[in-house]
Design a protein around this ligand. Sequence first.
Ligand code: AMP
Length: 544
Amino acid sequence: MLGLMQDRPLSLPHVFRRAERCFGHKTVVSGRVGGETTMTWAEVCARTRRLAAALDELGVPAEARVGTFAWNSHRHLELYLAVPCTGRVLHTINHRLFGEQITYVVNDAADDVLFVDRSILPAIWPLVDTFTTVRAVVVMDDGSDAEIPEDARVVDYEDLLGRAANPGHEFAVADENTAAALCYTSGTTGAPKGVLYSHRSIVLHACLLLMVDTFGINERDVVMPIVPMFHVNAWGLPYSAMLCGAGLVLPGPAMTPPELAGMLARHQVTFGAAVATVWRGLLPVLGRHDLPAVRQIVCGGGAVDEALTRGYQDTIGVPLTNAWGMTETSPVVTASRVGTAHDRCTPEQRRALLGTPGPAVPLTEVRIVGDDGREVSWDGRTSGELQVSGPTIVARYFGSRAVADGFTDDGWLRTGDVATVDRHGYLRIVDRTKDLVKSGGEWISSVELENAIMDHPDVSEAAVFGVADEKWGERPVACVVARPGATPTVETVRDHLRARVASWWLPDQVFFLDEIPKTATGKFSKQGLRSWYVADNRGPGKSI
Ligand code: AMP
């Protein structure tokens, strides 16, 4: 027997209508080069309708991918709504990727048009002829004076909106499983893989963030996603803010610590979200500002260190909280929380607990699987691979090179993280099996870096591994074996890499060894190298 309830799709047109009808008076602040713009949700929604009409006028087909290279801004927000609410797919792209990776993801997604912030255009325009499907590049003026090329493909965003008529009809997406947004993750070995979110997964995830035991975001909040809108939909925060009518503060290109601190204070931000590197950079300048409104600061995408969370408690009276997630998981799967099980904990213990990932949010499930393929007990000690499942978790990857690996036979996502779970369901990440380095919230592929170093004619072997770094969380270190008779130097290796990888991938330290330790199967023993590195007490900055 089926239930007799209305079958209405969980879709973004509902989110849009709610913001438009109920919260038109609330504001969205956007940073731009040298200033900021304040708009009401009513204005943003009206512009979204015009943008939807403009997409029609540009001839963007149904289901086409619309690529964005943009900071967190009201224009990016308009794209977040107009693209999926008209049945197209928003493809947000990280402009900090290396050129070849950008070309790969634009072509793999077959982006039809690109929307690019003017300040980002100089990084993207040199690649434009490598994009095989892109018909137009819409430039969004974010106050930068970067040159705009004289080219028939270039269109100005405001001109486009100015010319577009209000379509005058309601947005509708009949099937909640329709694709809404696409984000490639480079947190993987091999080619970047696409994660194709549906309307249903985005709406469910937006609701999850509103729950009191998740982030409790509500209409009285002023939410500032510092985490980029090109990274997992800015952790879903813009959609959650729309659903509940929270104010939004979007920093745009104004990403320096003084600029961010100024925005937090000026706009009475109550809820902020960013990776540890950003919060670490902000802490020294926060003390100069009065921040009585801040109620929660989420530090996600990586571990939270003790000193940082204590620093926040001491400086602004609010500890950092942690959340665990991946591009593949929308992203929030766990959110830290002090529950009744911790009533007897000291204030210090509670603060430390908030710095760990915490329990899974409703609708998602986690399990820890040992080397023998069996689930381990939730005893807070036994570790194994973290696997996750739920309606906000990817079922398979999108893209021409997407392979079926990464999933178990019963359809759970294998995260590549090693974790423990305690008897109350609280997660702790203890290690990572994927051969990647996470620096400032962005991935560096050890394998790609090794291959690039081994391309050097003087190098016979190279192994790259991550080491803890105070500022960036982790940084890559390279161990190199020279070819017989050759004498490569740190500088020749780094110079060689400069032409092959993004500048922030360059290993901070390069060591020359006679031999790289290997595992029983002949692979580089990263564990062995890390132990050697720690035992030799080589701190950041030291090199041989
Ligand atoms: P991404 O897909 O770029 O968001 O990266 C996801 C990965 O970041 C996870 O698989 C973890 O390796 C790492 N990560 C995310 N959140 C946390 C956290 N709270 N603690 C430790 N590592 C994390």
